[in-house]
Design a protein around this ligand. Structure first.
Ligand code: DGL
Length: 270
């Protein structure tokens, strides 16, 4: 048993989708969530900057002496997991490995699509992981840079012509490639699930990376005897930009659940 908190971070508030899943699975844990709202988006940045930001995000979370850290961000998971794991002596979970495993297990025709930010796709992380698990699977990657701003502006529901048009343009090549499994490799894409399912067809299996990562982290911590022994946990929220916009954005990602009190952090000091 370990009463210490679990740290969770993302480039912004999209990672709240993964945090919600973690809290559902582990109601007795204390969580510290950090969203780097002052420097978001990471998805259009280069690998070195992403690694530098991610190191600072982890250094901040480590000031709470966490027992583990979950990288909710697809872009950080794809570009910095090895570096963060090498620098830190605590379990750090990213989304790419668990999602690659889930996709390899789900595909029946051996064709898997991956949609994510430009930096995640450029990293080749999903192709690498899936090739290790099942070299015969063909991976079809597609960057979808317009999805993040659309979601953050509340444009993700079926019937919204703008998001449907963008989804059609990004997803048509994957449909043509005949993928039967699609990895939603970014924190924001679970909100687009209905639009993506409608565009790809309901027979395509969609993998929610935040949810499979949360599930993997919970199973690992439980197997290592690292879960806390308490009935009701808590969550503290930290951001690097003004706290004013937190409630509006948090309500998009938490779909109505109340987020709680939020504190601003000078992340450049870490
Ligand atoms: N959190 C990022 C991800 O999952 C999306 C937003 C960004 O580009 O920073 O890749």
């Amino acid at each position: 048993m370990d009463p210490r908190p679990i740290g969770v971070f993302d480039s912004g508030l999209g990672g709240l989708t993964a945090l919600r899943e973690l809290r559902r699975l582990l109601p007795g844990e204390h969580f510290i969530y950090f969203g780097d709202t002052g420097r978001v988006p990471y998805g259009g940045k280069g690998r070195e900057i992403i690694q530098h930001y991610a190191r600072q995000d982890v250094a901040f979370l480590r000031s709470f002496d966490p027992k583990a850290i979950v990288i909710a961000c697809g872009t950080v998971s794809a570009n910095a997991l090895a570096e963060l794991t090498g620098d830190n002596d605590l379990p750090i979970f990213g989304v790419v490995g668990p999602a690659a495993q889930a996709a390899a297990a789900a595909t029946r025709n051996g064709r898997v699509g991956v949609i994510a930010t430009a930096a995640s796709i450029r990293s080749g992380a999903y192709e690498g992981q899936i090739a290790q698990l099942a070299p015969r699977i063909k991976v079809c990657p597609q960057a979808c840079p317009l999805f993040v701003p659309l979601v953050e502006n509340g444009r993700f529901r079926p019937g919204d012509k703008v998001v449907e048009l963008v989804a059609e343009e990004y997803l048509a090549p994957l449909r043509q490639a005949g993928v039967d499994t699609l990895v939603l490799g970014c924190t924001h894409y679970p909100l687009l699930r209905a639009v993506i399912a409608q565009t790809m067809g309901t027979e395509v299996t969609l993998i929610d990376t935040g949810a499979v990562c949360a599930d993997h982290a919970v199973r690992t911590l439980s197997a290592q005897g690292l879960l806390a022994d308490r009935a009701q946990g808590s969550c503290r929220y930290f951001v690097s930009d003004s706290t004013q916009d937190f409630a509006r954005l948090a309500s998009i990602f938490l779909e109505g659940d109340i987020a709680g009190e939020v504190t601003r952090v000078e992340i450049e000091n870490y």
